[in-house]
Design a protein around this ligand. Sequence first.
Ligand code: URA
Length: 232
Amino acid sequence: MRLNAYLARCGVASRRHADELVKAGRVRVNGRVGELNTYVGPGDLVEVDGERVEPEPLAYVLLHKPAGVLTTARDPRGRPTVLDLVRHPSRVVPVGRLDADTTGALLLTNDGELAHRLAHPRYRVDKVYEVEVEGEPSDAALRRLRRGVELEDGRTAPARVRRLGPSRLEITIHEGRKHQVKRMCAAIGHPVVHLHRARYAGLSLEGLAPGEWRALRPPEVAALARLVGLPR
Ligand code: URA
């Protein structure tokens, strides 16, 4: 894997920050100064500032994200982030994003390949949202959501939509565009009042109160890998 990805797996830094370390000449691979395009394999000796670094074990965490917490690693304005909640020994990062006011299931991992595939619409990973909207959408409005609605960045893919109550919907999508569910609902004239992701890739929040997290069990990790066609 590329040197920046390897350093991220070692928990040294994010890929972007790892590139800075490499450019600064602080990283050696088998005794030679590493370059941005250096590839690293299992037998290679990698050192940062003269200290050997090694990959951390792969870790997978499910968080019940509460409202008011950002899905970023660090906020320059010092607001609370999901990483303040998930005190995991490995350097896990969120897969995709939930808005600050959105609650629900958020996966964090240091498994870059799995994260990349889960976030890619090609693998059609189900994201199930419970949505409270303004007003009472008609059957015709729900059909529009199901067919796909025109947004400024293009038409949305077909969605599964179920009515949970007069102003409450369950919407299942595979895409992960910015503010997608809010923009879809606004487009049919029913802005979102509250958004909660009840399930992500088949993982539910059962047993997790807002703010709580747990490590995934090995069969759950295996199921995720199968879902996106990764041999494990
Ligand atoms: N869609 C949104 O609009 N916001 C989220 O947080 C997730 C999906």
